[in-house]
Each structure stands twice: as C-alpha cells, then as structure tokens.
Ligand binder design. Structure first.
Ligand code: FAD
Length: 548
C-alpha cells in the first residue's frame, strides 16, 4: 500500500466494522495474553487479534535450532498467579523454545484465554474515528473490528528483517529466516549450511547447527561480545527449592536495575587491585547467565577505560578458546565495547570454530555480492549450499508499529509522527493517538522483559479501570506530557556507552530503509525509577492524560 503523509488523510472511514469491543489487543505473546487476563477481570469485552496460529509470540515464531532463554526460566516466567507458580516445573535453568512454548500454551489453557483470541489475524491498519471515539481495526483480509480502546502488544522483537542482499529469491535450496522457522522438523544432518548473521539468534543457531552439519559456513559482518550461558537441568529437588524462593526472587527482580537477578557491584572497576579485578571477572565469567553484564562493576557501561579493560578480559577468553588466532581475532568486536549491546549468551560457541566442519567468512573483508541459485557469492569466492539460514534479526521496537498503518486523530500517521524517533508518554501513550496504549513499546523499561510486561499491563489495567469507573471514553496523552517524558528518556541516555553504538537498542538496522540514524528508542533508567514515575502519575489521577 502506498503510504502518504497523514496530514492529507480524511479522518473517518466509511467501511462499517463488523463487531464492537471495549478493547482490542493486538498480539498474543506474553504481553497480550496477560493483558487479556486482566481486562477480563474488569468485566470488559475484549478481543485479541494475533497473526500466528497459536499463542506465545516470540516463542511461537522463533523455532530455530538452539532457540532458548538468556533470562533464567523462573525469573522470566509470569509471577501474577500463585497457582501457576505452584504447578509449573521448569526443566532447565535457561529453557529452550519448545519448553517455553509449552509453558505459554499451558497458561493459555489454564486461564481459558483462547476463547477471546482470534488467530491467523494480521492487523493491517488501525484508524481512530474521532467522532465515534473508537478504533477501527482492519485485518489483511479486510475484516474490520471496532473498539473503544486499542492496546498494542506487538512485540519489541517481532518484525523480522531480511538482509539487503540482491537476488535472495534466486536460491534453489531451502532457506529460512530464524524467526519464521517451519513448524515441521528441518533435516540439517550432513548438509552444507550457511548462517548469515552473528547476533544473539545467529550464535544460538550456529552452536546447534554445527553439531550435525556436513559443513557450516558462518557469514559474519559484526562480531558480538558473548559470555557463557552455563545452562543446566533442574532436578526435582532443586525445583522445590526454587519454588520456595519465589517470593524473594521476584522481590529481587523488582529491586534490580533491569529486573534481572543480578545486581551491579557497587565498586568502580579501578577501585580494586589488578588481582582482585581479574579474580572478580574470572568468577563472573564462570557463572551462569547475565552476571558478567548486569552484575559487574558499577561503571563498566559508563566509563570508557573500565569498559575497555573488561573488553580486553573477554577478548583474552576468546583467544584462549579459539585455536586459530586469525579466526579468534575476527571474532573479537572492534567497533563496540563489551555490554554496550545486549550480550548474547553462548554454549561452546567459540569452540565451534575449532571444528573441521565450520568456516568463518568475514563480510567486512569479503562482502556478499548476491545469492545465487546454488548458494552465496562474496567478493572473492562462490559457495554452494543445501540450506541458507538468515539470522538477520528484527526491525526492533518500532518495526512492528511501522508494519501497521496506524492513523490517529485527524488521520495523522504514526510512522510520520515518529520519523525522527518515537515520542511517547511513559512509553505507553502517544499524543494525537487517543485511546491507544502500548505494551513494551518504545521508551518503556525492557531488561528482563516479562517483569516489565507485568508492570506495563497492570498500569494499563489501572487506567482502564479508571476509565470504566469514571465513564471516560477518550484518553489522550497531552503534548506537554509527551514532551517532558521524551526529554526525560533522552536525558537518561546521556553518558551511556551503549548509546554511542549502532544496535537494535539505538534503532539502527542497516537492512531497513530510514533506520540508519541512532535514536533513543528505549528507557535506559532503572526499572524501579520507571515504576515510581508511572505509579506517581496514576496516583495523581493520571496526570498529563487528557480525559473526557
Ligand atoms: C529469540 C529471542 C529470545 C529472547 N530471549 C529473551 C530472554 O531470555 N529474556 C527476555 O527478557 N527477553 C527475551 N526476548 C525478548 C522477547 O521478545 C520478550 O521477552 C517477550 O517475549 C515479548 O513479549 P510480547 O508479548 O511483548 O511480544 P512478542 O512475544 O513478540 O509477541 C508479539 C505478538 O504480536 C503479534 N503481532 C505483531 N504484529 C501483529 C499484527 N500486525 N497483527 C496481529 N498480530 C501481530 C506477533 O505475531 C506476536 O505473536 C527474546 C526475543 C527473541 C526474539
């Protein structure tokens, strides 16, 4: 569809929606499922529209080999239901995708969520009808629904991107994007396989595919700093202990900066002796999960020298683990420091490059020119493959919004409104887009995301209760509220080394037109501060939300 600047659009459409709801939620991932549960409790008439054929969002779509958590399974899970916590046993400290999808299906069954979810329903457009104070939401097949309130739960990492490589359709073998992996098993054993991309997903895929591939060729443009996951199974006795500790564990997640179990060490990197620092980093490197990132010295993400020292420590680890020092050097990032992008967690990833059946191709030295019928042509060689795997990630945070034609009051187009970066109130509302609420949208706290989801959903539920109790039919963030929140979010980013780096967290995706300039698209303050601000707004009767 040709999308024009919204200023010239008319406001009200003539197509009559077929069914009217109090609220429509778009997306049946963790956010949409929990929001449905909460809005039902308010007695609202709710419908969830979901593009996929099942619940789970991220864990429904990302079925690629090796897909798994980098949050601890139990720190990631929903915390809102004591019954659910009591009955679900996790099998691994960092569960794989099949286990997580089973869990989310169990949640859907347990709370009978499916009866209000319509699957195979991709929303193509959402247009606000100002006179009627409602959203008209139209699916790709033209079916139209109306709702007073629209809640987006469309995911920060749910709009997959293919690389901008000529002739991608040329390939005659099998090819897959990791986030659109088929539901049927794919036979990888003995095959000649290419993986393009070495972000978090690529790393998980590579370490798994390398186990059985005839030959695996990894095409790397930007190496990432990784750290050991150190996953393990959870025994029945251990699960009993974990369950007994749930109240303290969730409390701890509420108190930490990014809702992970790890808390930064209050000391500065250079406030300890060289030997102490080295021992501390050795200990963190040998611990499971994000400890080395989230539980490190307090200044590693703000002090250039501290960050360089830590990067040097991790680089030494890579050199120790990879036998061929030329390959090791290629695997060491040069354009960003450790932790300034989300850190992929790995299981023997570096050792993969010691295997005879694995080759690393450095795309900085020899870029891909095109996909050929039999494989991949780089600037200096031609490779033949049976399977090409695109681990090229997502148009993050705003990408899933950009893929829906969202028009607010007066027909203004959200994509136009955000062309220089998102502007939001609390990451939940947008001026000019009344009655639209976003879950895990731009400018919200992310971190260990389900913890932020539960907070976001509860806050939106509070606002919906307020609207119900006061018979409000129009809620809109004020321009002043948006300006001050957006300035606040931008000011929090000042001094963070991560904001000096191209990544999905700074809105840069070289495969997406118009996303080459860094923006601030996430809230980088602490989660407790975020919650305190949102709580204060609610306590003042939803300050800076115009209500009618
Ligand atoms: C491989 C991978 C691993 C991850 N691991 C972790 C982790 O360990 N810890 C962590 O905190 N986070 C992790 N994340 C982030 C993860 O996305 C969140 O934890 C969480 O699942 C987000 O839930 P959500 O419901 O907000 O979005 P999603 O799970 O992305 O769900 C969004 C849903 O909206 C639907 N949708 C989108 N657009 C439309 C449309 N136009 N019409 C209809 N439906 C639509 C999608 O089909 C999808 O089902 C990971 C992400 C990926 C991709």
């Amino acid at each position: 569809m040709a999308q024009t600047s919204a200023a010239t659009e008319t406001t009200d459409r003539t197509t009559a929606p077929t069914t009217h709801y109090d609220a429509i939620i778009i997306g049946a991932g963790m956010s949409g499922m929990y929001q449905l549960f909460r809005l039902r409790q308010l007695g609202l008439r709710v419908l969830v529209l979901e593009a996929g054929t099942g619940v789970g969002g991220t864990w429904y779509w990302n079925r690629y080999p090796g897909a798994r958590f980098d949050s601890e399974s139990y720190s990631y899970a929903y915390s809102f239901s004591p019954e659910l916590l009591a009955e679900w046993d996790w099998g691994e400290h960092f569960a794989g995708q099949p286990e997580t999808l089973r869990y989310l299906n169990h949640v859907a069954d347990r709370f009978d969520l499916r009866r209000d979810i319509q699957f195979r329903s991709r929303v193509a457009s959402a247009h606000y009808q100002d006179a009627a104070r409602r959203w008209d939401i139209t699916l790709e097949d033209g079916t139209c629904f109306a709702a007073r309130f629209m809640i987006t739960a469309i995911g920060p990492l749910s709009a997959p991107t293919m690389p901008l490589i000529p002739r991608v359709d040329n390939f005659k073998g099998q090819s897959f994007h990791t986030a659109r992996w088929p539901h049927e098993p794919v036979d990888l054993a003995g095959k000649r396989i290419a993986v393009i991309g070495t972000g978090a997903t690529g790393i998980q895929t590579i370490q798994e595919v390398a186990k059985t591939a005839g030959h695996l060729t990894v095409f790397q443009r930007t190496p990432n700093w990784c750290a050991p996951l150190l996953n393990a199974k959870i025994s029945a006795e251990e699960m009993v202990q974990i369950r007994a500790g749930y109240p303290q564990m969730f409390q701890r997640c509420q108190e930490t900066f990014a809702c992970f179990l790890h808390t930064p060490d209050p000391r500065g990197t250079f406030e300890v002796s060289d030997a102490e620092r080295e021992a501390f980093w050795e200990k963190r490197y040998a611990e499971p999960g994000f400890g080395i990132w989230q539980g490190n010295f307090r200044d590693i993400l703000t002090d250039r020298k501290a960050n360089a020292a830590l990067s040097d420590f991790v680089a030494r680890k890579i050199r120790q683990r990879v036998k061929d020092q030329i390959v090791a050097d290629k695997l060491i990032p040069k354009n960003h420091g450790f932790g300034t992008r989300r850190v992929p967690l790995e299981t023997k990833y570096y050792e993969v490059y010691n295997q005879d059946n694995v080759t690393l191709v450095d795309l900085l030295a020899t870029p891909i020119e095109r996909i050929t019928p039999s494989g991949i042509k780089t600037s200096d060689a031609e490779y033949a493959f049976d399977i090409i795997i695109y681990a090229t990630g997502f148009d993050a945070v705003t990408g899933s919004f950009d893929r829906i034609d969202i028009r607010g009051a007066g027909g203004q187009w959200l994509k136009d409104k955000w062309k220089h970066g998102p502007a939001t109130y609390l990451g939940v509302m947008v001026n000019g887009f009344p009655n639209m609420m976003m879950l895990i949208g731009p400018h919200t706290a992310l971190g260990n995301i389900p913890r932020s989801i539960e907070y976001n959903v509860d806050w939106v539920t509070g606002l919906m209760r307020h609207a119900r109790d006061h018979a409000l039919t129009r809620l809109e963030a004020t321009e002043a509220g948006v300006a001050s929140w957006t300035d606040h979010v931008k000011s929090l980013g000042v001094g963070l080394l991560s904001n000096e780096v191209d990544s999905w967290m700074t809105g840069v995706n070289r495969n997406v037109e118009g996303k080459q300039v860094r923006i601030i698209n996430r809230y980088s303050g602490s989660a407790p501060d975020y919650r305190a601000k949102c709580d204060a707004v609610a306590a003042k009767g939803y300050e800076e939300v115009a209500q009618a």
